[in-house]
Design a protein around this ligand. Structure first.
Ligand SMILES: [Ca+2]
Ligand SMILES: [Ca+2]
Length: 153
């Protein structure tokens, strides 16, 4: 998707919401909506686009959410960026948007930093979490809160 394609998508997404409280093209799980991209971006590019889409690069809080992501991603032959990085302190993983530490409970495998320039985290189609170069272009998962009707009035 081109940049302008993405912008058009943002506008359309803002105008439409499904009965599950998520925009068209987003999957609902628990209290969140998830967008699994078709296009590929750097990790930083994915941060920007998720924000444009009204969300953030996905942050995994618990096993239910982790399992949902792994199940969905395992049906694709792709790797997806998630919102974890250790750019500030090597080996200390934090979520980019909330700045919360990544819980040891949700990390599947300690990411390897194999080339010593890997600071951003992807999930591959086997459900493994891997360090990758933040400039690598991959698909990505955005998250945003589901639009819970009780909160409207
Ligand atoms: Ca989450
Ligand atoms: Ca790696």
């Amino acid at each position: 998707m081109s940049t302008w394609g993405i912008v058009s998508f943002v506008v359309l997404a803002a105008l439409t919401a499904n009965s599950n409280g998520c925009p068209d093209g987003w999957a609902n799980h628990q209290q969140s909506c998830y967008f699994f991209s078709q296009d590929k971006l750097s990790w930083t590019g994915a941060i920007v686009v998720c924000k444009l889409l009204g969300g953030y690069l996905v942050e995994v809080q618990n096993d239910l959410e982790k399992n949902f992501l792994h199940k969905t991603i395992s049906q694709q032959d792709e790797h997806y960026w998630i919102g974890a990085h250790d750019a500030v302190k090597k080996g200390s993983f934090v979520w980019a948007t909330s700045q919360e530490p990544v819980s040891d409970n949700v990390i599947v495998r300690s990411p390897d930093n194999s080339r010593n320039n890997e600071r951003c985290v992807e999930i591959d189609n086997n459900g493994k979490w891997n360090h990758n170069d933040c400039m690598a272009v991959l698909q990505y998962v955005c998250e945003r809160p589901a639009n819970i009707e009780e909160m409207v009035g």
